[in-house]
Write a protein that binds this ligand. Structure first.
Ligand code: FRU
Length: 484
């Protein structure tokens, strides 16, 4: 594997020299060059946070999957590390697919899916997938240990292991598609990380007959309950819901090792934007449950591809559970270390058809706005980023809307969610070179989307259209760079 990693590193170093950085993030983790998809192996281990990711170092398109790697002291500032895994053994010949990490006895263990095309490359109907292990002493260089869990009979799509320790055992959930083409999560256990039970439980399964696969499952305690987070494939759009190519969301329920998973809250989407997929969670050093996702979507148009790279990760978000069993999602508090000095905007009433530009070049910034919903009869109010992206309250439909319009990239679409029936609405937004992440009312709703402003088209402007809107508070920060 060493040779294959060296070869990929040379390819990356060369590609980096000609990268066009127009859309390259300033404070989100992206690859040096080439392609990135799911976050993998997120973990706090021996004093550092590790983020691995699905990576194709040889082009900006998906290809034989490697694991890229970066480390951080604070989950905010990231440093690139050498590629951790390269495919090529008989059992992972065509890719080291997604997986997770555990820290044990000072070593870092990576569990991933070895992927093999049995017929043509790309023919998903004939594949073999098995769970594999690689171990490292220094957290940087990994030694592959081979397959630790072959696919059970009747399962061809069997991938994305997430491993954790609980009640004297190691547990693994794996995403699967059963012989009737229905998505589910299988649960296995082990006492030593190497030998895994052949018998398994179906922890949870789809109740939607269109859903043929659950990718990237995660299973973790939150509050007093257990959350199953996963990425279902096949869900059909329903009005404003499930509009992306694939979805992401969660179930909430009760579980203990000797008990079946009892679901108390059925499937809910966790993000309402265009680009949030395959999230994985981990514990921060002080025990908070943090999630990071791939900030893109399969089959969507990615205008950075001709620039030599594609794909980046979302900001880390802290997850909490409300008494009603709803997962709240908030940006981690450590992100405040990126802030330059705060700019306060005077509370004011936006008279009908007015706009105020807050920042001419909103390249890397954060803004917090509080609107008085009871005293804002405007038909539409919120903010624009240049002339291509807008986030607004739609008074007519009582929806929150994130809309994009980049005809030069044939991108023009919107995503929406029901407007919370609160008196005030807090909008907390992060803008980077090609992304917009919006958190509403302390994490009740969030939207994550890629945006592609043209050069000199990045003004951040507040507006109110057809009648007035009342702004109670607004604070703006420019943000420092966090990744090279
Ligand atoms: C999710 C996914 C995983 C798979 C990986 C391959 O985005 O399809 O199921 O392991 O990507 O890159």
């Amino acid at each position: 594997m060493k040779q294959r990693i060296e070869q990929a590193t040379i390819a990356l170093e060369t590609a980096r020299l000609s990268l066009d950085k127009q859309f390259y993030p300033e404070y989100h983790l992206a690859t040096y060059a080439g392609w990135l998809n799911d976050p993998n192996g997120l973990i706090y281990h021996n004093g550092l946070y590790h983020a691995f990711y699905q990576h194709h170092p040889y082009s900006a398109d998906w290809g034989p999957m490697h694991w890229g790697h970066a480390t951080s002291k604070d989950m905010v500032h990231w440093q690139h590390q050498p590629i951790a895994l390269a495919p090529g053994e008989q059992y992972d010949r065509d890719g080291c697919f997604s997986g997770s990490a555990v820290s044990h006895d000072g070593k870092l263990y990576l569990f991933y899916t070895g992927h093999i095309w049995l017929s043509d490359v790309g023919d998903d109907s004939q594949i073999y997938q098995a769970q594999c292990l690689a171990v490292s002493d220094d957290g940087i260089h990994f030694e592959k240990k081979g397959v630790v869990l072959p696919s059970p009979e009747g399962y061809m799509h069997f991938r994305d292991p997430k491993v954790w320790y609980q009640d004297s055992r190691w547990w693994m959930v794996v995403g699967a598609r059963d012989s009737s083409d229905l998505g589910q999560v299988l649960l296995f256990h082990s006492y030593d990380l190497f030998n895994w039970s052949e018998d398994y439980q179906i922890l949870a399964k789809t109740d939607d007959k269109n859903v043929y696969m659950w990718e990237c499952p995660d299973f973790f305690p939150l509050g007093e309950q257990f959350v199953t987070l996963f990425s279902p494939q096949g869900k059909k759009p329903q009005n404003h819901q499930y509009r992306n190519r694939f979805q992401n969301g969660y179930l909430v329920g009760n579980w203990s090792p000797n008990q079946c998973y009892e679901v108390t809250n059925q499937f809910s989407e966790i993000d309402y934007g265009h680009d949030f997929y395959a999230p994985q969670t981990f514990l921060s050093k002080d025990g908070r449950r943090i999630a990071i996702a791939w900030m893109d979507m399969w089959e969507s148009h990615m205008p950075s591809k001709p620039h030599g790279w594609s794909g980046c990760l979302t900001l880390p978000r802290e997850l909490t559970l409300s008494d009603q069993g709803k997962v709240y999602v908030n940006p981690i508090k450590e992100l405040a270390t990126l802030r330059q000095s705060a700019i306060e905007i005077e509370p004011c009433i936006f008279e009908k058809n007015t706009q105020i530009m807050l920042l001419e070049d909103a390249t890397a910034c954060e803004v917090e706005l509080i609107w008085d919903l009871e005293n804002s009869p405007a038909e539409k109010f919120g903010f624009w980023v240049g002339n291509g992206a807008q986030f607004f309250i739609d008074g007519q439909s009582q929806q929150l809307v994130l809309a994009r319009h980049y005809p030069e990239h044939t991108i023009s679409d919107y995503r929406s969610a029901a407007l919370p029936q609160t008196r005030q609405l807090k909008i907390h937004a992060f803008i980077d070179k090609s992304s917009l992440e919006v958190f509403i009312n302390e994490g009740e709703i969030c939207f994550t989307s890629r945006i592609y402003p043209q050069k000199n088209q990045r003004a951040l402007t507040l507006f109110a259209i057809n009648q007035s809107a009342k702004l109670l508070k607004a604070t703006l920060w420019r943000l420092n760079k966090a990744v090279e």
